[in-house]
Design a protein around this ligand. Structure first.
Ligand SMILES: O=C(O)/C=C(\CC(=O)C(=O)O)C(=O)O
Length: 289
């Protein structure tokens, strides 16, 4: 396999913003450790180890209380590394799994017992070989009670995905708002298309995350703040936030996680919005039981 890559900042700053008690980093990952949890033979990138100890140290450094660990594509449909992180967290982590759509109901139940509360469908061609919509819908109809679907796609796929998204029988959480071009501004074509999706169902949620991926102007990501703050203001009960650590495939950017946290008060300027984004909303999706 190819050379291993490091995609995270080695010395992230302490954020100026203090997250409220109980705050959840609701989009992060673990990589390995490879010796215990080998990467998938189909993985499109080969990261250095970024295991639970590192994730929990970052959580504490940034002032967060809990994590939602999203299975990354480099681990394919073997969720062992993510389940291990949840198991090591003393109840402070829940997860989102990636599954083979042929998974049995018994296996899904085991994932629930391991702390998973959602399943992720990834439509990025650079990350996965295929994304079978019919099989995804089949598994979405068999999820344990209270689960949701997390979906990852880029803005140019949204139109094609609308019928599929409308057919998902459980709540849907859209990673990184479906990757709009934030330089178009809050009223640009991509944001308008995404708002149309949010209007189409009241159980579609989003993550106003990843300025480092979405804003080519770079840190402090002013275009991201300008385009995204109105969305959070208009849908305060349907958003959750995360660092995206260890920032898969961002090895040429290495965002400072402290600076990412300091984006929060720019997109959620009041204590009430921050409480919803960081505590109440992720609680509803991940700690309802
Ligand atoms: O971590 C993210 O949200 C984004 C990713 C990686 C990813 O999703 C994965 O590997 O599963 C990306 O754009 O490369």
């Amino acid at each position: 396999m190819s050379e291993r890559i490091t995609s995270w900042h080695s010395n992230p700053s302490k954020p100026k913003f203090s997250p409220p008690p109980g705050a959840v980093d609701a989009h992060c990952h673990v990589f390995g450790p490879e010796v215990d949890f080998p990467f998938s033979p189909k993985a499109k990138y080969h990261p250095e180890d970024a295991g639970p100890d590192m994730l929990f140290a970052l959580r504490d450094h940034l002032g967060f209380s809990r994590n939602v660990v999203v299975q990354a594509s480099c681990h394919g449909t073997d969720n062992a590394a993510t389940l291990n992180a949840i198991a090591q967290s003393n109840g402070k982590a829940r997860g989102v799994a990636v599954v083979d759509p042929a998974i049995s109901d018994t296996e899904l139940q085991k994932l629930h017992e391991g702390g998973m509360r959602g399943v992720r469908f990834n439509f990025l061609k650079r990350l996965v070989d295929n994304a079978p919509k019919d099989q995804f819908l089949d598994v979405a109809g068999r999820l344990p009670k209270g689960w949701h679907v997390v979906i990852y796609f880029e803005a140019d796929l949204l139109e094609e995905l609308r019928p599929f998204l409308a057919a998902i029988p459980v709540p849907v959480v859209v990673d990184h708002m479906g990757r709009p071009d934030v330089t178009q501004g809050p009223d640009g074509a991509d944001m308008k298309a995404f708002r149309k999706l949010l209007k189409s169902r009241d159980d579609i949620w989003f993550k106003p995350t990843c300025p480092d991926r979405l804003d080519p102007s770079g840190d402090p990501w002013d275009a991201f703040a300008k385009a995204v703050a109105p969305l959070v203001a208009d849908y305060p009960d349907r958003c959750i936030w995360g660092t995206d650590w260890p920032h898969p495939n961002q090895q040429t950017i290495l965002p400072d996680d402290g600076h990412l946290v300091d984006m929060i008060p720019r997109i959620a300027p009041t204590a009430e919005l921050q409480q919803k984004l960081l505590v109440n909303n992720p609680d509803r999706l991940y700690w309802a039981d």
